[in-house]
Write a protein that binds this ligand. Structure first.
Ligand SMILES: [Cu+2]
Length: 360
């Protein structure tokens, strides 16, 4: 382990002068604000020959139901028609949902203009639901469904775009293109309480409980990172997800577009604080999985997609000396500030993201 401090210091000395000229190559700088907030993917490139490994843990919570932008109680959900026909109206209502995602990422730059990236995901999702009687509105009971396993895998590349040398817009931009490979299961099953008051095992779980899209998806992006303006930096990214096909179960999730911007302030060389605003739009799901038939909003194919916006605050910390040099830790707390659901969907609450990154 004795070589680590020397290596870290050496890398710093070598890379720091280059960085003042090329702010896109964030890592060697060991400036906390050299990376975007941890919730942003594909935000930075690397210098030729550099590797980076990263680990992210996201914990997202949802509570209650929205119709459009309005919170609605269970009694109102029970008035809605069930697309699966029997019973005629919805009888199962989600109460809360917790989604945990662990992401492992790797980056490698064969040259200064190109950085490859790969990311694997693990999901752990649980949802608490109430079931009401088929003929009455009487609460029969509650149950929890869970799914856990590998999610989809992303492989991609970030390509140098250009530099703006001076002024308020000084900085660099890059393109990203990635392919999402459907390694996540779309056949997760669980035990459910039906409106006939029966517990049934092995029932295919609704769409939000599945672990992947089931489709190959293209994920393009365009990212800008400003140069340092004193202690301040800012950046922005436009990104999207386009599904290339229907999956093996006969549907595709909606395409998605996301725009976000962030500002960060360096508090010391090793720590920066950030604020980030993001807004996204997702299309409705198309097609149907004929095995997903519970009379629950999350099994209605029209109750998918819509608008979502978040405000996030975060911190980046990067070790400066000795064995800590170059180790990054980041935390971001994200809160939903706007949600307009198609039909009735669960209401997004907070997400906490913790990340660790190390480049060499
Ligand atoms: Cu990296």
């Amino acid at each position: 382990m004795t070589y680590l401090p020397k290596l870290g210091m050496g890398a710093l000395l070598l890379i720091t002068p280059a960085l003042t000229l090329t702010p896109a190559f964030a890592d060697g700088a060991a400036r906390a604000d050299g990376h975007a907030p941890i919730g942003v993917m594909g935000d930075h490139r690397h210098k030729a020959g550099e590797w980076m490994l990263s680990w992210r843990q996201m914990d997202m919570s949802m509570q209650g139901n929205l119709q459009g932008t309005r919170s609605i109680p269970d009694a109102q959900v029970l008035q809605l028609p069930n697309q699966h026909g029997s019973p005629a109206q919805l009888r199962v209502v989600p109460q809360s949902m917790d989604m945990k995602m662990t992401m492992l990422g790797a980056m490698y730059a064969p040259n200064d203009d190109l950085t490859f990236l790969a990311m694997a995901m693990q999901h752990e999702t649980s949802m608490r639901l109430n079931t009401y009687g088929a003929m009455s509105q009487a609460l029969l009971g509650s149950f929890t469904s869970q799914s856990e396993g590998l999610g989809d895998t992303t492989l991609g590349a970030l390509l140098a775009g250009g530099d703006i040398a001076q002024g308020a817009l000084a900085g660099t931009w890059h393109y990203g293109v990635a392919l999402s490979i459907p390694t996540g299961s779309i056949k997760q099953t669980g035990r459910v309480l039906t409106p006939m008051n029966q517990h049934i095992s092995g029932k295919r779980l609704p769409y939000p409980m599945q672990l992947g899209s089931g489709t190959y998806d293209i994920k393009p992006s365009l990212t800008f990172n400003s140069a340092a303006h004193g202690a301040w930096r800012y950046g922005g990214q436009i990104s999207g997800v386009a599904r290339l096909e229907d999956n093996s179960q006969g549907y595709r999730l909606g395409d998605k577009a996301l725009v976000q911007g962030w500002v960060s302030r360096r508090l010391a060389s090793f720590v920066s604080a950030s604020a980030r605003l993001d807004a996204s739009y997702q299309d409705r799901l198309r097609g149907t999985d004929s095995a997903i038939t519970l009379p629950v909003p999350t099994a209605q194919t029209n109750f998918t997609g819509g608008e979502l916006a978040h405000l996030s605050v975060g911190f980046n910390v990067v070790g400066q000396h000795g064995i800590w040099a170059g180790h990054r830790l980041a935390l971001e707390w994200t809160s939903a500030i706007h949600q307009k659901a198609n039909g009735v969907q669960m209401e997004h609450q907070d997400t906490l993201t913790l990340g660790y990154q190390k480049a060499w």
